[in-house]
Ligand binder design. Structure first.
Ligand code: SF4
Ligand code: SF4
Length: 183
């Protein structure tokens, strides 16, 4: 049995669709390429992203092509495609599955990695690192800092412990003390 082939220079992963099916996107192979997902997609209205094409590439096994596609990250996970798909495919979950795979295989977007580094180093993906944010909170009658790691800095160690235990630091290739070199 031929598992992998090359078509027009692209390596074909004949198991990708099976893996997605096993992961719970069990109706993925019933896609009829009707394009309803693309037509309903609010992100596709403003970008070149075509949901139907991402699904098609995944079904055909164009693994590297789909995982490296920047359009994979344009989806807002609003769920409209899943609601409208006539074959009841969980399209949004399929996109999330492909994104997870993309990260595991090193296709994480630099912007997402930068946010992840912030999370590891500060306990916040978007930390309050400018006085004006604290001022805005005070203007709203709130304390200058929220009751998170900003108020309890020692909790950062707990977050870093969880991140190490889950392997998230390895996933984003985080190097403690060397991140400044990468920017
Ligand atoms: S709406 Fe469903 S069946 Fe139609 S192209 Fe999209 S995923 Fe396939
Ligand atoms: S979940 Fe993503 S792909 Fe589906 S309609 Fe929303 S933005 Fe488009």
């Amino acid at each position: 049995m031929i598992d992998r082939r090359i078509i027009n220079g692209s390596k074909i992963d004949s198991e990708l669709a099976d893996d997605m099916t096993k992961a719970g996107i069990d109706r993925i192979r019933s896609c009829i390429q009707c394009g309803t997902c693309t037509g309903a997609c609010p992100s596709g209205r403003r970008t070149a992203m075509r949901t139907r094409q991402l699904i098609r590439k995944a079904l055909l096994g164009f693994r590297e092509e789909v995982l490296s596609d920047p359009d994979l990250w344009v989806c807002t996970t609003c769920g409209t495609c899943t609601e409208r798909c006539p074959r009841k495919i969980d399209v949004t979950e399929a996109i999330l599955y492909l994104r997870n795979l993309a990260c595991q295989e090193g296709y994480m977007r630099p912007e997402h990695r930068a946010v992840s580094v912030k999370l590891i180093e500060t306990g916040h993906a978007v930390p309050i690192d400018d006085e004006k944010w604290s001022k805005m909170r005070e203007d709203l009658g709130l304390s200058p800092l929220p009751p998170t790691v900003h108020s309890y800095p020692k909790a950062v160690k707990e977050i870093q412990h969880i991140i190490k235990k889950t392997g998230f630091d390895k996933l984003i290739n985080y190097k403690e003390g060397k991140e400044d070199d990468k920017t």
